[in-house]
Ligand binder design. Structure first.
Ligand code: ADP
Ligand code: MG
Length: 237
């Protein structure tokens, strides 16, 4: 409860411009995210969830407003500061896994370790450790096409953890998975929160899943926060 805000978002907007058409995807969002919390962003398709997540991940830039991450405003960061931010502070997980198809599970993680400037000689061992953490040690030499959706997403989670990020951003991480596999993925994310104290922001349109995992739910509607509420939890979830 006394934890600091890891993100302070104020009056955030993002307007896409295509020729003469302007699409206001985020229209004045203000939100504080606490360190160590799991927050779910829900809302209908097109409500701005991915846009908001991409802004938080430094993949997209705001049209106006501020996103303060541990005292630093993302829109004020230089290009190289943003690269550092993405490399060292953030881990991202996507609906479609986004693994490199020509690389094995282990190589995908080793690639992320290289970007995180992890010492070359320890990459293989560390990658295997990460695979073990997500229960996939025996799949290390498999290519993405040889993995089930749930396995591929677990590799993607291991990859997202490679740079020891403080924040995990997950955009519809279970969107391509059946319900049993989805709850396995959510269990792993929850573990990363409780065991490693990661702040986790999950975009989903699955309200039931959001309620089962998060400390707080924020519902976006038409680029604005329509609803925000805490989930009361008694003991273990
Ligand atoms: P969600 O993830 O909730 O489905 P998005 O954030 O992807 O919603 O999209 C919000 C709005 O912004 C939608 O109207 C979408 O069409 C528009 N949008 C998203 N990305 C772009 C883009 N790169 N160029 C133009 N419009 C976009
Ligand atoms: Mg989306």
């Amino acid at each position: 409860m006394d934890k600091e805000n890891i993100f302070r978002i104020r009056d955030l907007t993002r307007t896409y411009r295509k020729r003469k058409i302007t699409i206001p995807a985020i229209k004045g969002v203000s939100l504080d995210i606490n360190e160590g919390e799991i927050i779910s962003i829900i809302g209908r398709s097109g409500s701005g969830k991915s846009t908001l997540l991409n802004l938080l991940g430094g993949l997209d830039s705001a049209t106006s407003g501020t996103i303060v991450f541990k005292g630093k405003n993302l829109p004020d960061m230089s290009r190289s500061e943003l690269v550092k931010y993405r490399r060292f502070a953030i881990g991202m997980i996507f609906q479609s896994f986004n693994l490199v198809p020509g690389m094995t599970a282990r190589e995908n993680i080793e690639l992320a370790l290289r970007f995180a400037e992890f010492p070359r000689r320890q990459r293989k061992t560390y990658a295997m450790g990460l695979l073990e953490k997500v229960g996939l040690k025996d799949r290390s030499e498999h290519f993405p096409s040889e993995l089930s959706g749930g396995e591929a997403q677990r590799v993607a989670i291991a990859r997202a953890l490679a740079n020891k990020p403080q924040v995990l951003l997950a955009d519809e991480p279970t969107g391509n998975l059946d319900s049993i596999t989805s709850s396995e993925i959510i269990t792993i994310l929850k573990e990363m929160n409780t065991e490693q104290d990661k702040t986790i922001i999950i975009v989903t349109h699955d309200r039931e899943m959001a309620e089962s995992v998060s400390d707080r739910i924020v519902r976006l509607s038409d680029g604005q926060i329509a609803e925000s509420f805490e989930i009361q939890r008694n003991g273990d979830w």
